[in-house]
Ligand binder design. Structure first.
Ligand code: UDP
Length: 153
């Protein structure tokens, strides 16, 4: 049992294209559990924190402008090995390598505007969830309990 939580976000292009339902459906059908979801516009400072690993990259400014350009649908999901599995479901960053059947392979045609974000590690997931949601959701010490049980502890 490797129950994990991850941060999944439908980016502004995905929200504008009406893909929230499609993306939520794929994670539900996979058997994952949605713990939290909110349509929100990310503040510039929080966007910079979210993408801090890319701070020195030439596309950083444009990326922050894009992710703050409209509402995103931010979510916390829980499931077995969800970090690795959700990355497979999302697909590669670039359209030329995102396989058909993945979210990006089926819907994205841009390296930047690629529909959806998913955390790439437990450490990133904790940081990203804490950046945009309340700290309760980042408590992993009792992660073997379903979320409703954790709230009671
Ligand atoms: N990105 C970009 N230009 C690039 C590489 C990445 O605009 O050359 C954006 C793109 O939106 C990507 C995000 O930066 O999803 C984060 O990049 P990362 O390499 O972490 O890709 P991901 O984990 O999202 O596949």
């Amino acid at each position: 049992m490797t129950l994990q939580r991850t941060f999944i976000m439908v980016k502004p292009d995905g929200v504008k294209r009406g893909l929230i339902g499609e993306i939520v459906k794929r994670f539900e059908q996979k058997g994952f559990q949605l713990l939290k979801a909110e349509l929100m516009v990310i503040e510039k400072e929080k966007a910079e924190l979210h993408y801090m690993e890319h701070k020195e990259k030439p596309f950083f400014g444009e990326l922050v402008d894009f992710i703050t350009s409209g509402p995103v649908f931010a979510m916390v999901w829980e499931g077995e090995n969800i970090i690795q599995v959700s990355r497979l479901m999302i697909g590669s960053t670039s359209p030329e390598s995102a396989a058909p059947g993945t979210i990006r392979g089926d819907f994205a045609n841009s390296k930047q505007e690629n529909i959806v974000h998913g955390s790439d590690s437990i450490v990133s997931a904790e940081r990203e969830i804490a950046n945009l949601f309340e700290p309760l959701l980042t408590r992993f010490s009792n992660q073997n309990l379903p979320y409703d049980e954790q709230r009671k502890t």
